[in-house]
Design a protein around this ligand. Structure first.
Ligand code: ZN
Length: 242
């Protein structure tokens, strides 16, 4: 019998027994089966499913389950119910990405450090934030309830006061995105993704002193600046913005 690890997200948990809701669970699969058949055997209607990831990669319903697969199943609708300002609209949960308003600037760099795509610019107007949220399908993170009352917003979360850590934990816990954390994969400055480099590949960009401290480097090709010292972390990894 083949075995795999399964996780169902958001509303799909409504179809699962209590012990399988919002947790990873193992299941044994007999014979050759498509992922669609397996999902329906779990009690979840395929019509409710928008996206299936196998070991992190998107597959269609005809994919044949393999021993050891990790299966993540996402719903057609993503609903965010936060303190009576729920915004529920049709768009598939394919990528989780955010835009934060000025009052939440303190969470931006830590969120990027965790690898989350979070747009922020202190000069964005409310209309800029709403526009980018709609155009780029970003979840608005804000402390302003009024902002989320705009009819045109599709996804938003109201973040209450608290420490930066508490606010970030609130987002991660509510959206159940703990497994999407990828530390040091995103530039703290410009939000673009980082690329790994060995010391020898960027010898001309780093000082002898830095070389003696760090062994691995992460490069951002987008922001065009060299200000890597500010982004130094404690894991023998440095971030360089070219
Ligand atoms: Zn950058």
């Amino acid at each position: 019998m083949a075995k795999g690890t399964f996780r169902f997200y958001e509303e799909l948990n409504d179809y699962l027994p209590e012990h399988r809701k919002k947790v990873d669970f193992e299941a044994g699969i007999n014979g050759k089966k498509s992922i669609k058949d397996i999902i329906e055997e779990c009690g979840v209607p395929a019509t409710e499913v928008d996206l299936v990831l196998i070991n992190g990669k998107s597959v269609d319903f005809n994919y044949i389950f393999q021993d050891g697969d990790r299966v993540s199943v996402y719903p057609v609708f993503e609903s965010l119910n936060i303190q009576n300002v729920t915004q529920l609209r049709r768009f598939p949960l394919r990528r989780i990405q955010f835009i934060a308003d000025i009052h939440l600037k303190d969470i931006v760099k830590p969120m990027r450090m965790l690898g989350f795509d979070i747009d922020f610019n202190g000069s964005y107007t409310t209309q800029d934030i709403i526009g980018k949220s709609i155009q780029e399908k970003r979840i608005i993170l804000t402390k302003r309830k009024e902002l989320l009352k705009s009819k045109s917003i599709t996804h938003g979360m109201l973040i209450r006061s608290g420490s930066t850590v508490e606010q970030i934990k609130c987002v991660i816990d509510y959206l159940d995105i703990n497994d999407r954390i990828k530390p040091f994969s995103r530039c703290l400055r410009c939000n673009d993704q980082l690329e790994h480099r060995q010391t020898k590949q960027i010898m001309d960009r780093i000082s002898p002193g830095t070389k003696s401290i760090f062994e691995k480097y992460l490069l951002c090709k987008s922001c065009g600046k060299q200000d890597w010292r500010k982004n130094t972390c404690q894991l023998k990894v440095d971030i360089i913005c070219l």
